[in-house]
Design a binder for this molecule. Structure first.
Ligand SMILES: Cc1ncc(COP(=O)(O)O)c(C=O)c1O
Length: 465
C-alpha cells in the first residue's frame, strides 16, 4: 500500500525532524513514548516537556550573543520571559533555571513575583519589566516591590497619564520605560496599536514630564509588533521607526540605555515550517547597530520578551478519536474526546494552527477529515493545516481494537490562560489532565501528573450547586 499515512508525511516533509520521530508505528515527541503516556494516564491529556523551554532560551540567547560578537555590537542582550504566555509555577521554575529576566502584564503578575522571591527563585536584582495598562492596584504593587528593595523594576508607561500614578505611589528613584505605539499591519482594522504612546508624543512626553523629574530615569524604549517577527517590509519598517525614535530620544536623554523589541518570535506550527532564526536575529542586531551608527549614538542593550517562543513548543494536547461520522460524500468527521474550542482556543479564536499528527496507525491509509469537539458548538472544529487547506489523518475502522490517538503539538503558550484552567468550560466539558515530563540528571525521561481531569463536583461547586 503506498497511500499510507507514513508515506504522505515522508513525501511531504523532512521526517523524522526535531522533536518528532517514530518508534515502530507510533509517534514519539522529544523521545517520549506518547503511547506510554496515554496508557498510563489516559486521554484527553495535556503534556509539557520542560527541557524544550531551556533549549529555546539557550538557542535565542546564543544567536543574539553570537550576532553581537560577530558584528562588534556595543550593547548587551537580555532575555525576558513574558509570564502571560504561561503562568504555571513549574514553567517559571524551568525558565528561571536559565537566569532570564521577567516581564509582567497585570497586577496579579506581581503576586507571582512576590511568590518567586519568597521561594528564593529570584533575587531583588532581577530585572522586571512591567508592561500593560496600569491600574492603580498594579502600580501600588510595583511600588511595593521597589520599596522592599527590588533594584531593577522597570515600569513601562503605556500612556501619558500613567506617570501620575507612578508619582503617587512610587517613592523613587525608579527606572522607567516608554512603550511607543506601532502602526498596525495594513490589513488590520486599526491604523495604530492601542498599546503604547503615539510616536509623535514620545519626545514631548519625555521633555515635559520626565527630563526634569528626579524620581524617574528613562532607561528603556519598548515597542512590540503584534503580528510577530518576520522577514516582511512591514516588520523591518516598524523596527526602523522604533530605532529612529530611540535615537531621537537618546540624544536628549543620557539615561536611556535599552531598546526592548518585545515578543513575537515565531514557533513551528507545521512540519513544513522554516524560519532562519540565526539570520533574522543577526539582521535585527545589525539594523539597530547601523541606525545608531548613522545617528552617532552608542548601541543600546537589547531586550526581548519572547512568550510563545519560550513555551509554545514544550506543549502537546492529546485526544482519542471517539468515533467517525460521514456527513456527506466528502465530509468525514473524527470526533475527539474533548473540546477543541476549550483546549486550543487560539485555533478558533484567531485561526492559529498547530502541528497535528496521529500517535498511532501510521501504516493505515490516510484520508481527509474534519476534527470535531464534544461541545454542541458549530465552531468546535479543526479542519485546516497551515499551507494545506485540509487535514489528513489515518483511516480507522470502528472495529479496531485500539482507538486512533491524535496530538496537537506546540500548544504550550496561552491556551490555558485563554481557556481558564480549571474553570467552567463550554458545555461543561472538563479540562483535561495535565502531565509534566522532564529528564533527570541521568537524562532519563520522568513524568508526573500535575492535575487530574476536572471533576463534576469541581464544576458544580464553582456554579453554586
Ligand atoms: C508587550 C508584550 N511583550 C511580549 C509579548 C509576547 O508575545 P509572544 O508570545 O508572541 O512572544 C506580548 C504578547 O502579547 C506583549 O504584549
Amino acid at each position: 500500500m503506498n497511500n499510507q499515512y507514513f508515506d504522505l508525511i515522508d513525501q511531504s516533509y523532512y521526517f523524522p525532524q526535531d522533536g518528532f520521530d517514530l518508534d515502530g508505528e507510533e509517534l514519539t515527541f522529544h523521545g517520549i513514548s506518547l503511547k506510554y503516556l496515554i496508557e498510563k494516564y489516559g486521554t484527553p491529556l495535556k503534556l509539557t516537556y520542560l527541557p524544550k523551554i531551556s533549549m529555546q532560551i539557550k538557542r535565542a540567547r546564543n544567536h543574539f550573543n553570537r550576532a553581537i560578537k560577530s558584528l562588534g555590537y556595543g550593547g548587551k542582550y537580555h532575555y525576558c520571559y513574558c509570564t502571560k504566555s504561561n503562568h504555571f509555577s513549574y514553567i517559571l521554575d524551568e525558565v528561571l533555571n536559565n537566569d532570564v529576566h521577567l516581564e509582567t502584564s497585570s497586577s496579579f503578575d506581581i503576586d507571582i513575583i512576590n511568590n518567586l522571591y519568597q521561594r528564593k527563585k529570584i533575587s531583588k536584582k532581577k530585572i522586571i519589566v512591567n508592561n500593560g495598562y496600569k491600574t492603580e492596584e498594579y502600580v501600588e504593587k510595583i511600588a511595593q516591590l521597589i520599596k522592599i528593595g527590588f533594584k531593577n523594576i522597570i515600569p513601562v508607561c503605556d500612556n501619558i497619564k500613567e506617570l501620575e500614578l507612578y508619582e503617587k505611589y512610587i517613592e523613587g528613584p525608579c527606572k522607567i520605560g516608554i512603550r511607543v505605539a506601532t502602526e498596525e499591519e495594513p490589513k488590520f482594522e486599526f491604523y495604530t496599536s492601542r498599546l503604547g504612546i503615539r510616536k509623535s508624543e514620545v519626545l514631548s512626553f519625555y521633555q515635559d514630564k520626565i527630563a526634569n523629574n528626579d524620581k524617574f530615569q528613562l532607561k528603556m524604549l519598548h515597542f512590540f509588533v503584534d503580528t510577530g517577527i518576520k522577514d516582511s517590509i512591514y516588520y523591518w519598517g516598524e523596527l526602523k521607526k522604533a530605532v529612529k525614535t530611540y535615537c531621537e530620544l537618546k540624544k536628549i536623554c543620557k539615561d536611556l540605555k535599552a531598546i526592548n523589541i518585545g515578543g513575537g518570535m515565531p514557533i513551528r506550527n507545521s512540519l513544513g515550517f522554516e524560519f532562519d532564526y540565526k539570520g533574522m536575529i543577526k539582521e535585527i542586531v545589525s539594523l539597530i547597530q547601523q541606525a545608531c551608527e548613522e545617528e552617532g549614538i552608542p548601541d543600546p542593550d537589547i531586550f526581548t520578551e519572547f512568550g510563545k517562543y519560550t513555551v509554545g513548543e514544550s506543549g502537546a494536547t492529546i485526544f482519542s478519536v471517539l468515533g467517525q461520522k460521514q456527513q456527506n460524500d466528502s465530509e468525514l468527521w473524527y470526533i475527539v474526546d474533548n473540546s477543541l474550542m476549550n483546549t486550543i482556543p487560539d485555533s478558533w479564536g484567531i485561526f492559529e494552527r498547530f502541528i497535528l499528527l496521529p500517535i498511532n496507525k501510521w501504516k493505515h491509509e490516510y484520508t481527509r477529515v474534519n476534527i470535531g469537539g464534544l461541545t454542541c458548538d458549530n465552531s468546535d472544529y479543526y479542519n485546516s493545516e497551515v499551507h494545506e487547506n485540509q487535514v489528513m489523518l489515518p483511516r480507522f475502522s470502528n472495529e479496531d481494537e485500539e482507538p486512533l490517538y491524535i496530538g496537537f503539538f506546540h500548544t504550550g503558550a496561552y491556551q490555558d490562560a485563554l481557556s481558564g484552567f480549571g474553570g467552567i468550560k463550554h458545555c461543561l466539558i472538563p479540562g483535561p489532565k495535565q502531565v509534566i515530563v522532564t529528564r533527570n540528571s541521568k537524562g532519563n525521561i520522568v513524568d508526573r501528573l500535575y492535575r487530574e481531569e476536572q471533576t463534576a463536583a469541581d464544576m458544580l461547586k464553582i456554579l453554586g450547586y
